[in-house]
Design a protein around this ligand. Structure first.
Ligand SMILES: NC(=O)c1ccc[n+]([C@@H]2O[C@H](COP(=O)([O-])OP(=O)(O)OC[C@H]3O[C@@H](n4cnc5c(N)ncnc54)[C@H](OP(=O)(O)O)[C@@H]3O)[C@@H](O)[C@H]2O)c1
Length: 271
């Protein structure tokens, strides 16, 4: 469920798994306006769904709607995956956290979150998962900047002293000495302008990640690659969180194989 949702590659991805396992089922995009979220979630059980994923802008609001939330999603303040339990009640969790870490490690196996300061751009639902994941893996300094400063401050209060809020107008300077840069805003996504960020202060050995995956190489990743930084695209985060959902929905353990990645990559614009 998302608004908008038709850009999502999740249907292609989950329907690949249905085919792989020979299961009679389907994964459909549901365009749900924000004020229809509660009614839509309550309809999952009567319609016979095993569960659903949530994307923009539902991840935070769904937290107050479902019947039970695990401690991870509660801590993050956002739900990305819902399971419909046998009695029809709804259980929510957040798979983006592990999706981000597993993807970063798969693409850059020597990645360490405690290698130095991390600059995180954006403070929405995706940012919450990224910041949690970085702290969980030992990050000691996270420089967080968001167009709406208040939202970054809320996140800093919730996640503790490792998170330092940087003014949006000072975001270029937040890159000075950083070991990692992560874009969690929607900027750079197809149909949106590129993220307005000057990379000059970013060290050449810093890792640059973007959680946007349409296009696969965002303008930010292209600029980082051109100046010699190692990069991590956002597609693997989507693939890894989907595998976790299958464990929760069907007790199956699909893997992120090169064939799966190639299948979904083929549906994406490259730039
Ligand atoms: N790869 C994956 O698996 C994965 C997982 C989650 C999300 N994503 C992607 O990440 C992006 C964000 O998703 P989300 O769920 O975090 O969305 P969200 O909760 O709606 O947050 C959107 C973020 O983008 C910022 N933003 C929007 N327009 C902006 C602009 N014109 N200039 C600067 N900042 C702007 C917002 O800042 P304000 O607070 O100022 O509005 C906020 O920080 C989406 O493209 C989504 O597809 C990918």
């Amino acid at each position: 469920m998302g608004w908008p949702v038709m850009h999502s590659r999740s249907p292609a991805l989950h329907n690949y798994f249905f085919k792989q396992y020979g299961l009679a089922g389907t994964y459909v995009p549901l365009a749900i306006a924000p004020d229809g979220l509660e009614a839509a979630l309550r309809a999952l059980a009567p319609l016979g769904f095993a569960g659903c994923n949530l994307t923009i802008p539902h991840k935070e609001r769904a937290l107050a709607i479902v019947d039970e939330v695990d401690s991870l999603a509660r801590r993050i303040g956002a739900i990305s995956c819902i399971v419909v339990r046998p009695d029809g009640s709804l259980w929510g969790t957040n798979n983006d956290v592990h999706g981000f870490a597993r993807n970063t490690l798969q693409q850059q196996p020597d990645w360490r979150a405690d290698a130095g300061p991390a600059a995180v751009i954006g403070a929405g639902g995706g940012a919450r998962a990224v910041v949690y994941s970085l702290i969980d893996r030992g990050a000691r300094e996270i420089r967080l900047t968001n167009r709406t400063r208040e939202r970054a401050e809320t996140l800093a209060r919730e996640f503790g002293p490792a998170v330092h809020v940087v003014n949006w107008d000072d975001r270029d300077r937040a890159l000075d000495g950083a070991a990692m840069l992560v874009n969690t805003t929607s900027q750079g996504m197809t149909g949106q302008p590129p993220l307005d960020l000057d990379l000059r202060a970013l060290p050449a050995d810093a890792l640059v990640a973007d959680i946007v995956y349409i296009p696969l190489e965002t303008p930010l990743l292209a600029a980082a690659r051109r100046r010699g930084n190692r990069t991590v695209d956002g597609l693997g985060m989507l693939l890894h969180q989907a595998c976790i959902a299958w464990k929760l929905w069907f007790d199956l353990d699909p893997e992120v194989t090169p064939e799966l990645r190639a299948t979904i990559e083929a549906t994406l614009p490259r730039t």
